[in-house]
Design a binder for this molecule. Structure first.
Ligand SMILES: CC(C)(COP(=O)(O)OP(=O)(O)OC[C@H]1O[C@@H](n2cnc3c(N)ncnc32)[C@H](O)[C@@H]1OP(=O)(O)O)[C@@H](O)C(=O)NCCC(=O)NCCS
Length: 366
């Protein structure tokens, strides 16, 4: 039997941080309010594109797997924020990596994009149509934050995570995966203005997240619970058989509610939202990389993952980890740092959304 084992992993967390206290200098909010409602302490904001972040995370994943880019058959970028729609960003990443024979496509199901991509690549490997795939989640979502909306601008951060998935005879990788889409919840999370519509031919493009927080909360918990029950049933497992749970990181209270519904102890849940906020498609691979670095993933572990995003797309999966938890090699590739503060980085965004932040800028950078 063919399986699709995860053999390499890598991340890129941009170095510039926007803490909750920084955020309170821009909008009427506080660290206390944000942390207590969401579990977020800070977010990383990127000075480079979604494709650049994805490239570096991929270099690191390939090194960890000990795989040459030229041997990769498929590159899938899961993302809601590619810098261009056409050509796709996966082809940029593939070329920069030197993955010469790989097919390349972007996949957008919002925050679930990385999981949908993992499911797709794993099924292709199991079916025998490819042998090695690179599955990436990367988002530069900071540029879509409407600084006039304090109820949503604090929720998201940038970053990238990638895994190498390879054909294996050992029972491992995504054993069961469920992709779903909750009916009638399409409008509760929406980025109008992001894409091709007749209105854009005449209007200035102005992206501003529309958001019904409590509606998302309810649909997300229900959608993920249903998907989790499906994959547990498919593998004949119960929550007691799960060693570690790596959920999508959108809100700590959503994670806690889900864990409670499953009767699953929080000690076995990987939480990274305090560090990164919601990085959309990058959230699960980032949390997975951190769990590996922290020694929380052990050989042969049975890992549960669950996710949701705009659409309202949902998913869950049972991942059996292989024997290796150490990278084979470490990439020496890097991205030059940004010369300035996070406020300098975001100055165009602040002025685009009509926020006066000139007093926060480093002299000479504005
Ligand atoms: C967004 C979210 C954190 C808001 O939490 P909440 O408990 O639902 O808070 P509410 O929206 O009810 O707002 C409560 C109050 O706080 C205020 N408030 C909103 N944003 C605030 C901020 N940044 N700082 C301070 N106060 C704020 C509101 O004005 C409201 O005030 P009022 O009671 O006087 O009217 C929460 O709904 C959530 O996380 N939802 C899901 C997010 C998500 O899934 N995102 C991505 C999907 S992939």
């Amino acid at each position: 039997m063919r399986y699709a084992q995860i053999t390499g992993w890598g991340k890129y967390a941009p170095p510039l941080l926007m803490t909750n206290d920084d955020m309170a200098k821009i909008v009427d909010t506080s660290d206390e309010w944000i942390y207590s409602r969401s579990g977020i302490r800070q977010r990383h904001y990127s000075h480079v594109s979604t494709g650049e972040m994805a490239w570096l995370a991929s270099e690191r994943a390939l090194a960890a797997a000990g795989v040459d880019a030229a041997d990769i058959d498929l590159v899938i970028l899961g993302s809601t924020t590619p810098e261009e729609i056409c050509p796709n960003t996966a082809s940029y990443i593939k070329n920069k990596l030197g993955a010469t024979k790989a097919a390349a496509f972007d996949l957008n199901s919002a925050c679930t994009s990385w999981f949908y991509a993992l499911n797709t690549a794993s099924d292709m490997i199991k079916a025998g149509s490819i042998n090695k795939a690179l599955v990436i989640g990367s988002e530069r979502i900071s540029l879509a934050m409407d600084w006039k909306k304090r109820e949503s601008c604090f929720l998201f951060g940038d970053g990238a995570g990638a895994v190498v998935v390879e054909a294996s005879q050992q029972q491992s990788g995504l054993l069961a995966g469920k992709m779903s889409c909750v009916p009638d919840s399409r409008e509760c999370l929406h980025l109008p203005g992001w894409g091709m519509s007749p209105a854009h031919l005449t209007d200035d493009i102005f992206i501003s997240l529309n958001f019904e927080g409590q509606e998302i909360f309810k649909s997300a918990v229900k959608g993920m619970s249903d998907a989790i029950n499906d994959v547990l049933k498919a593998e004949g497992l119960s929550a007691d058989d799960i060693d570690l749970f790596i959920p999508h990181q959108a809100n700590i209270r959503i994670i806690q509610t889900l864990a409670k519904r499953l009767d699953f102890p929080m000690e076995k849940v990987v939480v990274a939202i305090d560090e990164y906020a919601n990085t959309s498609a990058a959230s699960i691979p980032l949390a997975m990389c951190d769990a590996l670095e922290a020694g929380r993933i052990k050989p042969g572990m049975t890992i549960l993952t669950a996710t949701f995003g705009a659409g309202l797309t949902c998913g869950a999966g049972i991942i059996k980890w292989g024997e290796r938890i150490e990278p084979i090699a470490v990439s020496d590739k890097s991205i030059p740092e940004f010369d300035g503060t996070v406020f300098d980085l975001m100055k165009d965004s602040f002025s685009h959304y009509g926020v006066d932040a000139a007093h926060l800028l480093t002299e000479g950078k504005f």
